[in-house]
Design a protein around this ligand. Structure first.
Ligand SMILES: [Zn+2]
Length: 157
């Protein structure tokens, strides 16, 4: 069972690994305690008094507040509300023409520009781009992941 030093995992979280190092990590078995190790390192880095329950995606975390509520929070501190709501509803949204999507998707995967739009989601607190989606016009915001934090709690016991 491989065990990686904190320094290596910190570099991984900050995109500080070379492509060779990253490939080497990807080919090996995951540590059984990687989940807990990442939470611990992010908790140390962000220095939030509230407990981080999980890392949702780059820049976004689910945090348990003192009143027991569980919210999505950006690493800048901006909160997006209850984790069971789609955080995109509280983000800044920039919609672009579907034709711009061919900068992201090419060839047979490109969406028909007449039918699609490109949506960019930004944090209102730090202006970091948090997500991009290409969808048909009028399509609701995609809810990337619906969480079952009960399962997370079980795993941590
Ligand atoms: Zn932010």
């Amino acid at each position: 069972m491989p065990e990686y030093p904190d320094e290596l995992i910190r570099d991984l979280l900050r995109d500080g690994l070379s492509s060779e190092e990253l490939e080497g990590l990807q080919r090996q078995d995951k540590d059984e305690d990687r989940f807990e190790q990442v939470l611990r390192l992010e908790q140390e880095r962000l220095e939030w008094p509230e407990r981080i329950l999980l890392c949702l995606q780059a820049h976004l975390y689910v945090v348990e507040k003192d009143d027991g509520s569980k919210v999505v929070r950006c690493d800048c501190g901006q909160e997006f509300g209850d984790y069971q709501r789609n955080w995109k509803e509280s983000a800044l949204v920039f919609e672009r023409a579907g034709a711009d999507a061919d900068a992201i998707y090419r060839g047979p995967r490109v969406a028909d520009p007449d039918w699609s739009i490109l949506r960019e989601f930004y944090c209102p607190g730090c202006a970091t781009q948090l997500d991009v989606e290409v969808v048909p016009r009028g399509y609701p915001f995609i809810f990337n992941v619906e969480l079952d934090l009960g399962a997370v709690e079980l795993r941590r016991q």
